[in-house]
Design a protein around this ligand. Sequence first.
Ligand SMILES: NC(=O)c1ccc[n+]([C@@H]2O[C@H](COP(=O)([O-])OP(=O)(O)OC[C@H]3O[C@@H](n4cnc5c(N)ncnc54)[C@H](OP(=O)(O)O)[C@@H]3O)[C@@H](O)[C@H]2O)c1
Length: 288
Amino acid sequence: MHDQPPPLAERIALVTGANSGLGRAVVGALAGQGATVLMVCRDATRGEDARHEIMAATGNPQVHLFVADLASQAAIRGLAARVRERFDRLHLLINNAGTAFPARRLSPDGIEMALAVNHLAPFLLTNLLLEPLRTAAPARIVNVGTRINTAMDFHDLNWERRPYRLMQAYGQSKLGNLHFTFELARRLAGSGVTVNCCFPGVFRSNLGGTDGAQGWFWRTVALLLGWALPTPEQAARGVLYLATDPAMAGVTGGYYSHRKPIPAPVQTQDPAANQRLWAISADLTRLT
Ligand SMILES: NC(=O)c1ccc[n+]([C@@H]2O[C@H](COP(=O)([O-])OP(=O)(O)OC[C@H]3O[C@@H](n4cnc5c(N)ncnc54)[C@H](OP(=O)(O)O)[C@@H]3O)[C@@H](O)[C@H]2O)c1
């Protein structure tokens, strides 16, 4: 049995992609309730600006910035080491950072960028932070996924043999979030650390904007129709439900949207496929 979690004001949460969109809204809500929040951002200026605005809006000084480009495995290892150095426990890990690319690009580790940032980064970071999560148990991990899920091509994960398509590459990498969630839940059974995946719905976003994936067409659509979409703050409610609601205590291995379980794509319901991607991911990230 694991104890009740401490009040939110005594909990420590780490949120990736924390300077904008959904991640920033989640940080604002957690900081507003007094939690200590570790913001992971790739750009120091954007991160510092967001951190100061959130501290001013919430009056919570316990908002910390960790700068790391999640495309780089060396940066992820450095990030995890710095977090572990300063915090021996972590109650919440929210793997939110995500992006898309207009053309195939390779990470510093030679991996297609959507796969590197959207799937391998949360895979590696989570594994490197399991110790402080286990120490803090009951602890929760929330992976932010999507419903654009393209089947995993295990023979060409790195997009070497097919023409690169933005949405397919994005969808394949985000399907990885579900394979990862289900296999991690199996591995963490009984540890007091739960993991669930959240589809936050479609909302106003800068997704892929920094990486050039938003061409003029989508920018115009966003400008004209953006007002009709939910705000990141509205979308954040589903993530916060999985991360903090007492109703989710002990619940693990689920896929949720708007606080309700939703069916996972059939290929992620196959434990062998989940274990297969885990083994490939461990190999690609040299996780021992
Ligand atoms: N928007 C939607 O309708 C929607 C729907 C379903 C799921 N989602 C998911 O929701 C999550 C958040 O997306 P959003 O819409 O809020 O987009 P967003 O506003 O662009 O936020 C994404 C965040 O991830 C960060 N990021 C991107 N690449 C990174 C890297 N290499 N290293 C570190 N951080 C990096 C971005 O940093 P920069 O500011 O430096 O670029 C930004 O802070 C994503 O996982 C996305 O797949 C979004």
